[in-house]
Design a protein around this ligand. Structure first.
Ligand code: TXA
Ligand code: MG
Length: 346
């Protein structure tokens, strides 16, 4: 399949019409799938009302069918058509964080294609805060199902190049609107029960949610491997470069000792470091992932750094760890999954 690339300015006015966006929207209306930027990561969009379009999303990504998709909308009336009710807490969260990196799981989903929700009686919805995403949603005038636009299991794409690397030839088109902002996927919260529950940490932190709705729970499955997660996608190994990643919970010196030992055994080793620590290490490749003083910069860089390791020929990757506070919760959630929960404690 030929994959079209449409270049657009990341600051388009989502109220205006642009020929590239009209073409991309036409493709979507014909039930083809098109990747586009959001403020978190690139999404792979398809008509959420069409089983055929949604099947193409699963096919292109190689995504397991039991992992439901997030439906993206540009306006509140679209939400009302997709759900059976909007609990007060959900309404408050939409007012506070939409458009933005918050996905809300609501009762309903009978009006989207069956394969969007993977048979659940809830549907996950988000209004993205990116002018290009909003312009496409408005031009297509459809709710768009859109998972991250990577091959299943690979780090999510934060640039059009990442999408082209994974999906060129497998999808109808890509709208290239530059790099994404947050760099990690949206926070997913369940609002179908009594207490708002975080199913996946992301750009909006627990602390920020609590300011709006009071007590917020975290799905116990996020910290306990034995539990069945409420967000099916959370159980899959994810975000992983080809070389195995191990987190090192300890000093830089300890990390270096581990690396020295493996290199003495003839292995090529990469280190995921920070701007502050990069010059302290010796390894085959050392990649700084933002600044430890600024967790947002770590979130921003993480997927690109994991992909850069794939371009190198390292056998193993060792990574520093970060705090679990604020955005750190999302960073550590993704890093732990990239490492398949392998941690060495000093
Ligand atoms: O930032 C994002 O959320 C990006 C951009 C493109 O919007 N999208 C994204 O989609 O990360 P994806 O498919 O990679 O992750 C969707 C997550 C999965 O963990 C999935 O299991 C969960 O949302 N999910 C979807 N529908 C659900 C539902 N009804 N109940 C619980 N979890 C759900
Ligand atoms: Mg994903």
């Amino acid at each position: 399949m030929h994959t079209n690339v449409w270049y657009v300015d990341e600051n388009v006015d989502s109220e205006k019409s642009y020929p590239q966006i009209v073409e991309a929207a036409e493709c979507l209306k014909q039930n083809e799938v098109v990747a586009f930027p959001t403020e978190t990561v690139y999404g792979l969009g398809g008509n959420a009302l069409s089983e055929e379009a949604v099947a193409k999303i699963f096919q292109a990504k190689g995504r397991p069918a039991d992992n439901p998709l997030i439906v993206h909308v540009a306006s509140r009336p679209h939400v009302e058509k997709l759900v059976t009710s909007i609990p007060k807490q959900a309404d408050d969260l939409m007012n506070a964080f939409w458009p933005g990196p918050l996905t809300i799981v609501l009762p309903g989903g009978q009006s989207v294609a069956r394969n969007v929700t993977a048979g659940l009686d809830t549907v996950a919805i988000r209004m993205p805060n990116h002018p290009v995403a909003l312009a496409i949603l408005k031009a297509a005038n459809l709710p768009l199902a859109a998972p991250s636009a990577n091959l299943s299991g690979k780090p999510s794409p934060t640039s059009a190049d990442h999408v082209i690397h994974d999906l060129s030839g497998r999808i109808a088109g890509i709208v290239d609107g530059g790099s994404t902002g947050v760099g990690l996927e949206s926070t997913v919260v369940d609002c179908s029960g009594d207490v708002v529950t975080i199913l996946r940490p992301g750009g909006v932190t627990k602390e920020q949610l609590e300011e709006v709705v009071g007590e917020v729970k975290v799905d116990p499955a996020l910290s306990d491997d034995g539990q069945k997660p409420k967000s099916p996608g959370v159980k899959y190994k994810h975000y992983a470069p080809t070389a195995p990643v191990t987190l090192v919970d300890g000093s830089e010196k300890h990390l270096q000792t581990i690396v020295d030992k493996r290199r003495a055994e003839g292995l090529k080793i990469g280190i995921l470091a920070t701007e502050e620590s990069k010059s302290l290490y010796q390894a085959d490749i050392i990649i700084p992932c933002g600044s430890r003083d600024d967790l947002i910069s770590v979130a921003n860089r993480l997927y690109d750094v994991l992909r850069q390791f794939d371009e190198s020929d390292v056998d193993e990757i060792y990574s520093e760890i970060f705090t679990h506070e604020g955005v750190g919760a999302a960073v550590m959630n993704r890093l732990s999954k990239a490492a398949n929960n392998r941690v060495i404690k000093e």
